[in-house]
Write a protein of this length. Structure first.
Lengths: 235, 168
């Protein structure tokens, strides 16, 4: 006999993975603790309790077509406070993943697409990437104590793989050097991959598991190909 | 966080074959082993520390460990006068830049969301904010500017370490 878990059918509810502690969205008591804790409650009609209600009422379509899932920062304060342990942020992420890709607002999916195609979310060609990184590296070499600093691209057998956040490569070059300075003084044996150097994974934000897996897989590939000992988590 | 989560989910054998280190692991190893030395006297301002959701609540949920003590130990090595925002750690407020919101067109909503973070920062009297997260960095910087507080710099945790490195 099938167990009836809910009166209304919601694909979001079925797909959203459960947290390690056993809990079901159906167990929501509508107490509103989530809404009280959420910094977004009241902004543009956002309210986590309302979102759980929408899911429980089977209002997938209304949720997916609204901008609510994209206003949430998935900070998890709602589920941290929830007495029933309901995975509210995962409901949001699952709803995001069910939005037609061309309707994903802003840069999130565009970045994922570019990343899948080129190896980084800003679609920067390899030679331009190397030019920017070497240019910033040469600047650092001009500072006292760093005269022998060089960017170690694709160094086989290095201890540490260092990936980069695309915004540092794109517009915030001045923030590239902090780790490089530390590595240099610590005499770290590190390397930057010249291909698939992207450190962030926007599949997490767009609710796209397939893309997310692909980006993680590329880091594994670089670790294998370059025979690296340790990965430095990008963030 | 995304990479670690993805490795655990899709490439669990990764951890048998390779090591993996967080930014905190690395900084703590370098400092504890003496591979880097720091000049703590260089930072004289009051510094406020913001806990990112991903290193706190999210890591607690996904990996069974929230990174609360590690950044605070590192701050102790770098800054004489640093303060927590209130509330902090597991009960902190998101800066408003998480979940990819920095990449959406909803800038106004996101900055309004950040008002609580600004109030928290104001209350501490801090002259600098330190974060270990790229999204928090971008959002807090924008929210401070939006509130006429751009005289308060936002720095990465590893940036203040790099700023006070003793270079022979």
């Amino acid at each position: 006999m099938d167990t009836i878990t809910s009166i209304n059918k919601s694909e979001i509810k079925e797909k959203a993975p459960l947290r390690p502690i056993k809990s079901l969205t159906d167990m929501c008591m509508a107490c509103g603790t989530c809404s009280a804790g959420c910094p977004l409650t009241g902004i543009e009609g956002f309210d986590p309790r309302k979102i759980v209600r929408m899911v429980l009422f089977g209002m997938d379509k209304e949720l997916i077509e609204s901008k609510l899932p994209w206003l949430c920062t998935m900070c998890g304060k709602c589920e941290y406070a929830c007495p029933m342990g309901i995975n509210i942020a995962n409901l949001i992420r699952t709803a995001r993943g069910m939005v037609e890709r061309e309707n994903v607002p802003g840069m999130i999916h565009k970045g994922v697409e570019l990343g899948l195609k080129t190896g980084n979310n800003i679609g920067l060609p390899k030679e331009d990437f190397i030019f920017i990184i070497e240019d910033v590296g040469e600047e650092l070499a001009g500072e006292p104590g760093f005269s022998d600093f060089k960017i170690p691209f694709d160094k086989k057998g290095a201890n540490l793989l260092h990936t980069l956040h695309n915004k540092l490569v794109n517009t915030q070059n001045e923030d590239l050097i902090h780790w490089w300075k530390i590595f240099h003084i610590a005499k770290e044996d590190w390397t930057i991959p010249s291909q698939n150097w992207e450190g962030v994974n926007w599949g997490l934000f767009s609710g796209d598991d397939e893309a997310m897996k692909c980006f993680v897989g590329r880091i594994v590939e670089n670790m294998e190909k370059l025979e690296i000992t340790n990965l430095m988590y990008p963030e | 966080m995304a990479t670690r989560y993805g490795l655990q989910k899709w490439y669990p054998d990764f951890f048998d074959r390779f090591g993996a280190l967080t930014v905190f692991d690395l900084l703590m190893e370098y400092i504890k082993s003496g591979r880097i030395k720091l000049d703590k006297s260089k930072i004289t301002q009051r510094v406020a520390y913001h806990d990112p959701c991903n290193y706190g609540r999210k890591s607690e949920e996904l990996f069974g460990h929230g990174f609360y003590e590690e950044p605070r130990w590192i701050l102790d090595q770098c800054v004489s006068d640093w303060v927590d925002l209130y509330p902090s750690k597991g009960n902190q407020y998101c800066c408003g830049g998480g979940g990819g919101t920095l990449l959406t067109p909803y800038r106004e909503e996101r900055l309004y969301y950040g008002r609580r973070k600004i109030e928290q920062i104001k209350r501490t009297g801090a002259e600098m904010v330190v974060v270990p997260c790229h999204s928090c960095h971008g959002q807090i910087k924008a929210a401070l500017e939006d509130n006429g507080m751009s005289d308060i710099p936002v720095k990465y945790l590893w940036e203040i370490v790099a700023d006070i490195l003793i270079v022979d």
